[in-house]
Design a protein around this ligand. Structure first.
Ligand code: WT7
Length: 633
């Protein structure tokens, strides 16, 4: 694959060129302690750290900057006030596109401090957990930072999840409070979030307060438990001191899907996380002081945490928060915003790029995109056509395309072609970021070294500051999932190829995790939701290639006997059940009723075969000699 030369407009103008990248990377690997000590000086510390890192992957132990005292919110806001208090920190655009709100660093600090005071007033203390469930409104960012300010651990639940997802997450981390909004608005639709929260909290008695942002009509409030944010705001002051926290105190929990039905509460901590997200944000987006940076993700995912709020604000950037979708009310929405706010850097997902590509170039060309410099992508492999369209049509061949590979678990970008430093190859995330030591291993855990092209399991050999520290409440699961299969390394769950130039090409998950439109879903999570629809006795979920979504959900199900409805009615029922209880994003595209499922002798469902059937390759079922009952296939 040919490399795409660095656009002329960026040459010699980026933070880092290829020789600087090589030199810094070499230093970061040869002398990680020296490298990270130097980088950590960029943060504001209340007390410097004693030890840079200590980790033992055999014991699943990871610690960075121990002995240090720090506050992430202080790093995102307070320390910028003197030099850029009036600079816009957040530009928010609402669903309709008719309303824009801008908040300066000073204003964000006030909003955040007020909410932090509300949390304190309602009995929250350092270390308590709070679930946050709302759409993309400024209060979501404020509430998140307010938690960080006082050492309360936030657990943001994506606003597109349904009540069962709230219920399991709130229970798993024993939250004391839920912060939500009356409604969320997306693509002209209004969703009554508060009603979903009420349902999600049924049977839970340990939630002390539900703090509600009014975003739309009034909603019923439960006496003694529910409080309106706007009423509470009247009662608190505008100042709230940032709590002195240990480097390794937890900052947040973010649930992500794994290969069992129960999502994992990924725990990130203070200093390492904010250092790594701010440093990657700076280099991956080749940050300049007057950049207007727009990450189109939702704050409910790690991309939103790291690259809408924490990384950008720690760097004193102007970050754009967007309530709507790329195609509402028209397919030129992103480019209209680029023109309106003179956006310099855009970060989105391949699924959005593919959806927009399909709508035609005229929606893009209508708007002035000359402010754009960096175009990022994340979440799934980007196919050649989508990459080229992003580069040629959106970027006019003037922008760097940065395909960033990382995970909820990694906290920040791990592999990416740094603008101006690494020539891109469409479809490749290219080279590791400073301090990241990726490697490929075979099924036995032997490292595949050398300069020739190799394909294997993607692992990371050395810890990095924003590595997840544990699975909330289940350190054994952390160890088992990431450090057991290939001892001494962190296993990402992805398969990848490294070419002769040392570029990494991510192939996709090696485990039972699906990637639907950039959203991570576990097959067993969807399976248990399908089972709970009460129409089937057993089922298996696999991914099926999809033009826009990358992968779509395909269900093989064994029906319960003696159902009176038609197959079509049952399919509708299952779809609706998954949508209402888990999430609309988990709704199956295809459902096939079967009399049996192909299994190995040990009882494991042979997904490889099912994937082929779902993909329409019925004739080649691969090796089915280990099947218990080959006739099923
Ligand atoms: C999985 C992680 C990182 C924020 C969004 C997703 C896939 C992610 C890429 C990329 C190919 C990618 C991997 C990874 N993935 N980025 N640039 N190229 N695949 O976070 O929900 O934790 O999912 O997304 O399979 O393991 P996540």
């Amino acid at each position: 694959m040919k490399k795409i030369p660095i656009p002329m407009s960026l040459q010699k103008k980026t933070l880092c060129d290829s020789s600087q990248y090589e030199a810094l990377y070499k230093q970061s690997v040869d002398d990680p302690e020296g490298f990270w000590n130097e980088q950590a000086e960029q943060l504001a510390w209340f007390k410097k750290w004693d030890r840079t890192f200590h980790f033992d992957f055999h014991k699943a132990e990871v610690k960075w900057f121990t002995g240090g005292k720090i506050n992430v919110c202080y790093n995102c806001l307070d320390r910028h006030i003197e030099s850029k208090g009036d600079k816009t920190a957040i530009i928010w655009e609402d669903d309709s596109g008719k309303l824009t709100k801008k908040y300066s660093y000073k204003e964000v600090l006030i909003e955040v401090s007020k909410i932090a005071n509300i949390l304190k007033r309602n009995g929250l203390k350092k270390g308590d957990r709070v679930a946050i469930y709302m759409g993309m409104i400024p209060e979501l960012a404020f509430a998140t930072l307010a938690c960080a300010r006082i050492g309360v651990v936030h657990s943001i639940i994506f606003g597109g999840f349904s009540y069962e997802a709230i219920n399991t997450r709130v229970k798993d981390s024993d939250c004391k409070m839920v912060i939500t909004a009356s409604h969320s608005k997306r693509a002209g639709k209004t969703i009554n979030l508060k009603a979903i929260v009420d349902k999600g909290l049924e049977g839970i008695d340990f939630i002390e307060k539900v703090l509600v942002v009014k975003h739309g009509e009034n909603v019923p409030m439960q006496k003694g438990r529910d409080v309106w944010l706007h009423e509470e705001l009247e009662l608190v002051g505008v100042e709230c001191e940032a709590e002195l926290l240990d480097s390794e105190d937890p900052l947040f929990i973010l649930y992500t899907s794994g290969s069992t039905g129960k999502p994992k509460g990924v725990v990130h901590t203070q200093a390492g996380y904010i250092l790594y997200t701010s440093l990657t944000h700076k280099y991956v987006f080749d940050l300049r002081e007057d950049d207007i940076y727009f990450c189109a993700a939702d704050l409910g995912w790690i991309t939103g945490h790291s690259y809408i709020i924490y990384g950008p604000l720690a760097n004193g950037t102007t970050t754009v928060m967007f309530e709507s979708t790329p195609t509402y009310p028209h397919a030129g929405r992103y480019w209209e915003m680029v023109e309106k706010y003179k956006i310099t850097s855009l970060y989105t997902a391949p699924t959005a790029i593919r959806a927009l590509l399909k709508e035609g170039d005229e929606h893009v060309k209508k708007f002035d995109r000359s402010s754009l410099r960096i175009l990022g992508t994340v979440g799934e492999p980007i196919n050649y056509d989508a990459w080229m369209w992003y580069y040629q049509v959106v970027g006019n061949e003037n922008c760097a395309i940065v395909d960033t590979w990382w995970q909820t678990e990694t906290g920040g970008v791990m592999i990416a072609p740094l603008p101006g430093a690494i020539e891109a190859k469409p479809g490749s995330a290219a080279k590791p970021f400073f301090g990241i030591q990726p490697c490929l291993v075979d099924a036995e855990g032997r490292e595949l070294a050398g300069d020739s092209e190799v394909t294997g399991n993607l692992c990371i050999k050395h810890s990095w500051p924003s590595q997840m520290r544990t699975v909330y409440g289940d350190h054994e699961r952390f160890k088992e999932t990431y450090f057991t299969k290939f001892p001494g390394m962190f296993y990402t769950g992805d398969g990848a190829k490294r070419d002769a130039d040392g570029y990494y090409w991510i192939i996709g998950r090696n485990d039972d995790v699906l990637n639907v439109a950039g959203h991570r879903l576990g097959t067993s999570e969807v399976e248990s939701s399908v089972i709970k629809s009460a129409k089937v006795v057993e089922c298996a979920v696999v991914g099926k290639a999809h033009e826009v979504k990358g992968e779509s959900i395909f269900v093989f199900a064994i029906l319960r006997p003696n159902l009176s409805e038609s197959h079509e009615e049952i399919k509708q029922h299952i779809r609706r059940h998954v949508k209402d209880t888990l999430s609309p994003i988990a709704m199956p595209d295809g459902i096939l009723f079967v009399s049996d499922l192909p299994k190995t002798r040990s009882g494991k469902i042979m997904r490889r075969i099912l994937r082929k059937i779902a993909g329409g390759e019925q004739k080649d079922f691969g090796d089915i000699t280990t099947l218990a009952d080959p006739a099923v296939a």
